[in-house]
Every structure is written in C-alpha cells, then in structure tokens.
Ligand binder design. Sequence first.
Ligand SMILES: *Cc1c(COP(=O)(O)O)cnc(C)c1O
Ligand SMILES: [Zn+2]
Length: 434
Amino acid sequence: MTQAIAKQLTAKATFTHLKCRECGETYDLGAKHVCEDVCFGPLEVAYDYDEIRRRVTRESIAAGPKSIWRYREFLPIATNNPIDVGTGMTPLLKTNRLARRLGIKNLYIKNDAVNMPTLSFKDRVVSVALTKAKELGFSTVSCASTGNLANSTAAIAAHAGLDCCVFIPSDLEAGKVLGTLIYGPTVIAVQGNYDQVNRLCCEVANTHGWGFVNINLRPYYSEGSKTLGFEVAEQLGWQLPDHIVAPLASGSLYSKIHKGFQEFVKVGLVDDKPVRFSGAQAEGCSPIAQAFRAGRDFVSPVKPSTIAKSLAIGNPADGIYALDIARKTNGNIESVTDAEIIDGMKLLAETEGIFTETAGGTTIAALKKLAESGKISPDETTVVYITGNGLKTQEAVQGYIGEPLTIEPKLESFERALERARTLERLEWQQTSV
Ligand SMILES: *Cc1c(COP(=O)(O)O)cnc(C)c1O
Ligand SMILES: [Zn+2]
C-alpha cells in the first residue's frame, strides 16, 4: 500500500453522526432513520464543516470525477471506492425559446432526464444509498418505489452485484415496470397506492435484514439529492440562482437542494444570497401545495389520483420541511391539473427538445403558472429541475400529440399528405388565435 492511499484511508471522515431533525438527539452511523429513543422524528447525517472547508476548494472539486463523486466530502460515504456509474453532472441548459415564451430572461433547465444509468434524478440517491449499503454490510437491497426508484435500485444493484427486491404499486406505467424487470431483480407489484406499498415495506424492513434505500438507509439516500444543488451552483460559475422550481413527492429532493446550497455557502465555495424555492405538485396529489395555500404548518395526507405517478405520494415524509423552506425563502408551491401536465410536457419538448416524463410536465406547468402570475419576475435567474425521462411514461401523452402520416411509397402520396398536414396546421392556428 502506498503512503498516499494509507493516508487517505485513515483520513478523518467528514460526517460524524446521525441527528434527529426534531429534538437533536444524536445516533451512531447505522442503518436507522427514526429517533427511536425520544421523539420518532427523522434522522439526518451531520457533518464536520470545518473539516470539509479544510479539504475542498473550487479547484479540487473541478478536478474530480465527472459524476456526483466530485462532491464526495459532502456525502456520507467512508469508502474510497464508491459505486460510480456516471451518475450526475447532467447538463444545465440555458433555455432560449422557453425563456422567451414565459418571459423570463435567464431560465435554465437542469436536465436529469438524461441522468445515468436510468434517466432520472433517482440515480443520485441510489448511488449514495447502495454505496452505503455495501459499507454497512447489506447483501440485499430494496425499496418502496413510485417507479423511477425501482429502475435505479435494480440497475445499480445489478452493477454492484447486490441482491435486489423492489416494491411498486401494481398500476405503474409499462416503461417503468419493464425498465426494472430488465435488470433481473425480484419485483413485487402491490395492489395498492405508494403509501400502502411504503407501509408494507416498513414491516418488511423490520422482519428481513435488508437495506431499504428509502427506509432504513433514508438518511444516507436523501443526501444524494444535495448534488442537484451543488452541480447547479458549480455550473452557474460558482454562484447561486435567484429562484429554483422543483417537483415535490416526499419533499426530499426539494429540501436537499436547499441543504446543498447552504453547505456550499457554509464552507465558502459560493457567496451567500437569497434563493427563492418554488415547488410543483399534481392537483390529484397535492398535500403540500394544499397546506401551503391554506397557511398550515402541517400536511394532511391525501389519496392520490393523477397521471404524475412518480409524484404520487399522499403522505409526504418531508412535507413540513418543504413547506418551511417555501415560506422562509418567499417561494410558492403550485399544483397543476393532469391536462396542464400534458401541456407542460409538450411545451418543453416543442421549445427545447427535451422529452420529460409526467413529473417534468408538472414542473414546467407550475413554472408557467408562476411566470404568468408574476410570482417569478423576468429578471430572476431561474433554474427548473427536470427529474425524469418521457420515454418511461408514454401512456400519458398517447392520443394528445397527433399521429404519423401514413402514405404509400409514392411522391404524389407524400404531396397529398403534406397538403393535408398544412391545412390542419392552418386550422389549428386559426383556432388558437381566436
Ligand atoms: C421520486 C421523484 C421525484 C420526487 O422526489 P421526492 O424527493 O420524493 O420529492 C421527482 N421527480 C421524479 C421523476 C421522481 O422519480
Ligand atoms: Zn428526536
């Protein structure tokens, strides 16, 4: 062993313990997620920020791998050999046509629809969770999923050689089911909604010695979402945006983007400034948006019914923290109808060439509402998080995007079809302009 490696292995970890978000009670760094000794609040990883400040600079990060692991000092991982399947460092795209359409001067898309390996933001949280699962000695990993998490857990478990059993609601989109089965895990389709799947999984986690990425490994898993904040700050040239818009299911990713920005400020990588946090939910499952509108500081569970299945969590674990962030940053939490979600998917595709799933349609539709109502001002540098890929939720747009023009393999047949298409286009244009 070279001296350099030996030194790295004995280097002090940057994370120190688990801490209850409610009462502050501390716990050792095991596979646990609730404050079982005192208040049953959620546990979160605590760091030694002085140690992080001593270790990282903008330059050291920029010289790191082109993945989430360039921020490893901010992640709760002890190994020098994390599971790196290229997750993270997705494009931050400066929009042009969408920006003009919405009247926002500087509008960026953080495009996790092309994240690796399974085309959603969930690859971030799973890369961290499964690296931790291996550290803690688990040989079987599992999750309660709304779709994308099952894709990601199955894929990365396959890569890491871990046994995998995932739980999904039985009514998921075909692309999400197939995109899990291909990796060969055990897939349990539960006849119930996500909240029922999650309750069942909490029982399984207690009876089987498995690492559930979003249950007993949740404190580690959720830290992966901070990289959505880190990357945006770095990609904007080491500064924070004025306003972000992100989707909310459990409220975890939204809250962790906030934590990510704050950590970069804390260790001096970016200057402090106010960032407004706005959120998006589907009307058919909008417990956090409803609480926001009603001015409540608690979230009442709902029974989900929406095409945005990846956001369909009726009892969101981090709902109250998301609410608090929206309020204290002067943001808003909007909800949009299923029809608006489809329009949002089409709008992003037609203006920027990005095919997102229903969650992204929800976020774009909420962005549009915020822009039109003046809740985002034209001068705010705004970043919108697109978290999933449209190829996985094709059912949602089937019947709303037209059909190919089928022709005979003859020029005259093509000319007739083209004439028909142009007539239709003129009619549509006349209809929308009245
Ligand atoms: C899971 C998921 C979300 C929401 O994540 P939370 O952290 O639970 O709020 C958003 N978008 C997509 C595509 C997802 O799969
Ligand atoms: Zn507690």
